[in-house]
Design a protein around this ligand. Structure first.
Ligand code: SF4
Length: 437
C-alpha cells in the first residue's frame, strides 16, 4: 500500500485546490480523487477504473471540464487502497505540473503543429521547479480541430502559421480569448520562455498565477471558438474519433462499463477522457458510428446539438455539502424545456453555490443555488450581483419566461448569447419577475 497521510492538514479542502490521486479532496459525498492521464488508455482499462470507483467509492466516476477522471465518495480507509489499485493498473498517469494538450494532439491531420514535443519538454523542465500554485496549468495547443481555447491556463502556447513557418503565441492567464499576449516565439524559444516564466512564478510563491505576470500586456481577443468534442471526427487517413459524454459529466460505473464493453465488442482499442466532460474513442468510421448510436440510446450526449452539452453544471446536491440545489435535476429540466435558448452560443451555468466550480469564467446566464432559492446572473460569474432572485418553486417557470423572452426578442441572425447581452439585466429581470415578457 502507498504511504498516504490522510490527516486534516493533508485533506486539502481549500478553495481552488486540486484533488490528485494521492491527495484526495473532501467534498459533500466524501473524498474525491483525480486520475489525470497523459495518453490514451483502452476501454478495458477504463472499465477497470469504473469497477474500482464502485468498489472503493460510491460508484460515480466524473469526467471534469478539463478531461480528468474523478472518483467520488471515497473514505479515509478506501482512498489509499484506490490509490494503490490504480497505480497497479500501470496507466499513463500524469505526474507533476499539468501540461495539457488537445485530445487529438499529434494525430490530427489539420493541426498546424504537433504540440506533444513542446509539452513533454516543459513537463521535464518543470520537474525541478518547486513551489508552484497547486492549480498551475500550461496548455500547448497545436491548432487542430479540437482545441483547448476555452480552458483557463496560466501559460498557453498556441501554434500559428507565420511567413517563416510555425510560431507559438505565448499567452498569460485566462482563456485563449482573454489571455494576454506575451510574445510570438519559435519552438525552442517558446519552451525556454515558458520555463523561465514558471521559475518566476515559483519565486513569487504558491499563490502566484500566470495572470500576475500579465499586467500591461495586450489582450489576445482573436481566438477561434472551440469546437465541441461530441460527434464523429475524421482524424487522419482511416482513423476517426467518436466523442460521447455523460450528461453533465457524471455517470454511474455501470453505464460507463456498458459503454466500454460495447467499445471492446466493436474492436475499439483506445480512448481518451477529454474536455467538456467527454470521452473520445479512436477507431474506424464504422466502429465510431456504431458506438455513437449505442451511447445515444443509453443516455450519453453524442452531438453538439444536444442542449445538455450547452450546460455546465457542478455536482450539486447531494454530492456536495456546499450545494443548495440539485443542479443536475435543474439542468436536465432546462435542457428539456429551453432547447432553443441553448443554441450553443453560450454555456448555461447551473451551480449549487457561488463558488461556481463548473464554470469559473463569466457566463451569459448563470443559475446559482442560495439558501432561499435561486439567484440569476447575467454576463458574470456565479458570485456576481444577480439580476433576479426566485424561490425554488418558481425556478422552472422563471427559466421558461427567459427562454420565451429570448425567442420573442431575437433579431434576425442573432444567437442567444448576443440576444441576452443586448436585452441586459433589466429586461431579463422584468421577464422573470412579472412573467409577462
Ligand atoms: S460550485 Fe457546486 S461543486 Fe463547487 S462547492 Fe459549490 S455546490 Fe459544491
Amino acid at each position: 500500500m502507498t504511504s498516504l497521510s490522510l490527516d486534516r492538514n493533508t485533506l486539502d479542502m481549500r478553495r481552488g485546490a486540486c484533488p490528485a490521486l494521492s491527495a484526495p479532496m473532501m467534498t459533500g459525498d466524501g473524498l474525491l480523487a483525480r486520475v489525470a492521464l497523459t495518453e490514451a488508455i483502452t476501454p478495458a482499462q477504463l472499465a477497470e477504473l469504473c469497477r474500482l470507483a464502485r468498489r472503493h467509492g460510491n460508484g460515480i466516476l466524473d469526467i471534469s471540464a478539463r478531461g480528468n477522471l474523478q472518483v467520488r465518495g471515497l473514505s479515509e480507509a478506501s482512498a489509499p487502497i484506490l490509490d494503490a489499485d490504480v497505480r497497479a493498473l500501470n496507466l499513463p498517469l500524469r505526474d507533476g505540473l499539468a501540461v495539457e494538450t488537445p485530445p487529438l494532439a499529434g494525430i490530427d491531420e489539420t493541426e498546424i503543429a504537433d504540440p506533444n514535443p513542446i509539452a513533454e519538454a516543459i513537463r521535464q523542465g518543470a520537474r525541478e521547479i518547486a513551489g508552484l500554485a497547486p492549480k498551475m496549468s500550461v496548455v500547448v495547443d497545436g491548432g487542430g480541430q479540437l482545441r483547448l481555447s476555452d480552458l483557463l491556463a496560466d501559460i498557453r502556447l498556441v501554434a500559428v502559421s507565420t511567413g517563416q513557418g510555425t510560431g507559438w503565441v505565448l499567452l498569460l492567464g485566462g482563456t485563449e480569448t482573454t489571455g494576454r499576449i506575451f510574445n510570438v516565439l519559435r519552438e525552442t524559444d517558446a519552451i525556454a520562455a515558458t520555463l523561465e516564466l514558471l521559475h518566476k512564478l515559483s519565486a513569487m510563491g504558491t499563490t502566484a498565477r500566470g495572470r500576475d505576470l500579465a499586467t500591461g500586456l495586450p489582450k489576445n481577443g482573436a481566438a477561434r471558438p472551440a469546437a465541441s468534442p461530441f460527434g464523429n471526427f475524421h482524424v487522419s487517413e482511416n482513423l476517426f474519433a467518436a466523442g460521447v459524454g455523460p450528461a453533465f459529466g457524471q455517470a454511474s460505473a455501470e453505464d460507463r462499463i456498458a459503454l466500454c464493453d460495447e467499445a471492446e465488442r466493436l474492436g475499439i482499442r483506445s480512448l481518451k477522457p477529454a474536455f467538456d466532460h467527454s470521452l473520445l474513442f479512436f477507431a474506424t468510421q464504422t466502429a465510431c458510428e456504431a458506438l455513437i448510436a449505442f451511447a445515444g440510446n443509453n443516455g450519453f450526449v453524442t452531438s453538439p446539438s444536444d442542449p445538455r452539452s450547452a450546460i455546465a453544471a457542478c455536482p450539486g446536491s447531494p454530492a456536495c455539502n456546499s450545494a443548495a440545489i440539485a443542479t443536475h435535476d435543474l439542468a436536465a429540466k432546462a435542457a428539456e424545456d429551453c432547447g432553443d435558448l441553448l443554441d450553443g452560443s453560450f454555456r448555461l451555468h447551473v451551480t449549487g453555490c457561488p463558488k461556481g466550480c463548473a464554470h469559473p469564467e463569466p457566463s451569459a446566464l448563470a443559475l446559482c443555488g442560495t439558501n432561499d432559492g435561486l439567484s440569476l446572473v447575467t454576463q458574470g460569474k456565479a458570485s456576481a450581483e444577480p439580476f433576479a432572485s426566485v424561490a425554488f418553486a418558481d425556478t422552472n417557470n422563471s427559466l421558461r419566461r427567459l427562454a420565451d423572452l429570448v425567442r420573442n426578442e431575437r433579431q434576425a441572425g442573432e444567437n442567444s448569447a448576443a440576444c441576452l447581452a443586448r436585452l441586459g439585466p433589466r429586461r431579463l429581470a422584468a421577464a422573470v419577475m412579472s412573467g409577462r415578457p
